[in-house]
Design a protein around this ligand. Structure first.
Ligand SMILES: Cc1cc2nc3c(=O)[nH]c(=O)nc-3n(C[C@H](O)[C@H](O)[C@H](O)COP(=O)(O)OP(=O)(O)OC[C@H]3O[C@@H](n4cnc5c(N)ncnc54)[C@H](O)[C@@H]3O)c2cc1C
Length: 491
């Protein structure tokens, strides 16, 4: 938690933010909260920890801090601020975040005589290592990048050799040109997000900007910042291909028609993402090298625009939980009279209860060439319900199916010609109708608003009445004070 917060502070200092008022850092309160969000514990101590982190932020709502119990009501903001410890980057960050007592431990765990590690420095070196005598003699080899996969798939066997892919420059590239964004398989999810969020991609087409923005927003909900800092994009996709892991990235790449390059014992294979998922499972000597997110040519006709949206339903909407369903939709549309004509559409769904994410091709075929109307939408929703079906044994199948339908509805509804007609009547009060679609003259349309950092939920737990009042829920007296920040903690 501390390391993540310190790195957020350092990154904020490097970022192009406006200079903060004296005593504060460039970090915003939202960034402070986000940096520690990876810690799932929300017990009584969480609020004061979050408050302490937010005291570094110049935009902090000083009245909202739990510390306000120590302030007098009539004190001015300046007076209150003067009671906070001032932030000085030159003094405060001049320390090592790695605990000294731990420095000897990693060496003991990673004893190279016990667990031999190879660190090839090029793809050629990696290839010869995989083809060496050692490999041919049936040695069990494991390719490793961040090793976060063991968080999901417990290792039941030891390997004879471990090969670390992080030092191969070709596997760590991220670059873009007019063809698309190329990503090395060992690039971490955090690095890819930062790259996609960089604002200096002036030469990027509007399609490229739209895709970058949406991918970054979605990927920020994968796992937690701590995991994303080590987890590689390639490792994630290999887990999806080999283990049927419900990978968000696989669904996003399927929706975008990404391609990949794999090195096998036969040579290099270039595959579409769909072919990659459908091919026989990668063996331990095959290496995912790079991925390409292709850019589309700007619209099939001058008046056409691209839509790209991603969706995710999970127990925690801001991330830190595997999704029940995720989806990525890409469409090329143009205006046609009073309506919107769908020229091309790609609908990818994942995690809903199949081994791999899939494209709803029947629905795509149905929608292609149609002008969106309420009847077309209704038929598409019926079709998607039949096409995207959780396999037997999947938990919450009805919920997942309903989310599949809802996501498609959400994507298409604002572009039907009925929205304005009924917004004052039948669907009054439904937020979707109130959402504004931003139309960008540059060639793409973006729907919806960014999610706020805080969310609320209600859970009703039924208890047996047999031993009433035993089992009746009781409110913890201090809970609301702790959650609101009014509780005062003393030593
Ligand atoms: C707590 C937690 C939460 C998570 N939540 C999500 C989530 O919400 N959504 C989501 O999509 N993912 C999620 N993940 C998965 C996470 O993204 C992956 O674990 C991670 O991306 C794997 O990358 P890695 O570098 O750690 O791979 P490793 O663990 O090093 O490797 C994983 C597997 O891939 C193989 N491998 C790695 N790189 C290559 C390569 N280049 N070529 C061939 N084989 C290779 C390894 O041999 C191994 O079998 C979560 C993981 C954790 C631990």
């Amino acid at each position: 938690m501390c390391m993540s917060f310190v790195s957020a502070l350092i990154n904020a200092d490097k970022a192009n933010h406006t200079d903060p008022s004296p005593g504060f850092s460039k970090l915003t309160a939202a960034e402070a909260e986000k940096s520690i969000a990876g810690n799932l514990c929300r017990c009584t101590g969480y609020r004061p920890i979050a408050d302490a982190c937010k005291t570094f932020a110049a935009d902090v709502d000083i009245e909202d801090l739990g510390l306000n119990s120590f302030w007098k009501k009539e004190d001015s903001r300046d007076m209150k601020v003067s009671k906070l410890p001032p932030y000085d980057p030159s003094k405060n960050l001049n320390f090592s975040t790695f605990p000294r007592f731990l420095t000897s431990e990693p060496a003991a765990y990673l004893d190279s005589r016990k667990y031999p590690w190879d660190t090839p420095a090029s793809v050629d070196e990696l290839r010869s290592l995989l083809q060496s005598n050692l490999a041919e003699n049936g040695a069990r080899i494991k390719l490793v990048v961040g090793n976060t996969g063991t968080g999901y798939y417990k290792e039941t066997q030891r390997y004879d050799r471990y090969i670390d892919l992080r030092y191969i420059p070709d596997l760590s590239i991220i670059r873009f040109d007019h063809i698309g964004i190329e990503v090395g398989a060992a690039v971490t999810i955090s690095k890819l997000i930062s790259f996609l969020k960089e604002e200096n991609k002036i030469n990027l087409s509007s399609y490229g900007k739209l895709v970058s923005q949406k991918l970054a927003q979605h990927m920020e909900k994968i796992a937690s910042p701590f995991v994303r800092n080590s987890a590689s994009v390639g490792g994630n996709l290999v887990m999806a291909q080999k283990n049927g892991f419900p990978s968000d990235i696989a669904t996003l790449f399927l929706g975008l028609g990404a391609t990949i390059c794999v090195m096998t014992s036969q040579g290099h294979e270039k595959l579409t993402f769909e072919e990659f998922l459908a091919r026989p499972l990668l063996d331990s000597r095959s290496v995912l090298l790079t991925l390409l997110i292709p850019f589309k040519k700007e619209g099939s006709s001058t008046c056409s625009k691209f839509l790209f949206e991603t969706y995710r339903a999970s127990p925690r909407p801001l991330g830190n939980a595997l999704a029940y369903v995720h989806a990525a939709f890409l469409a090329d549309v143009s205006s046609h009279g009073n309506g919107i004509l769908i020229n091309v559409i790609q609908l990818a769904f994942g995690a809903y209860g199949t081994k791999h994410p899939t494209r709803a091709k029947q629905v795509e075929e149905y929608l292609t060439g149609k002008i969106l109307s309420i009847n077309v939408l209704s038929e598409a929703l019926k079709l998607v319900k039949q096409a995207v079906v959780p396999e037997d044994g999947t938990t919450h199948p009805d919920y997942r199916s309903s989310m599949v339908v809802s996501f498609l509805f959400k994507f298409l509804f604002c572009f039907t010609n009925v929205g304005p007609m009924i917004s004052g009547g039948l669907l009054n009060g439904i937020t979707l109708v109130e959402e504004v679609s931003e139309s960008n003259k540059d060639g793409y349309i973006s729907e919806g608003k960014p999610h706020t950092l805080l969310s609320s939920a209600k859970q009703v737990v039924e208890s047996s009445k047999e031993y009433h009042p035993v089992g009746e829920p009781m409110k913890k007296i201090g809970a609301s004070m702790q959650a609101s920040g009014e509780a005062v903690y003393v030593d």
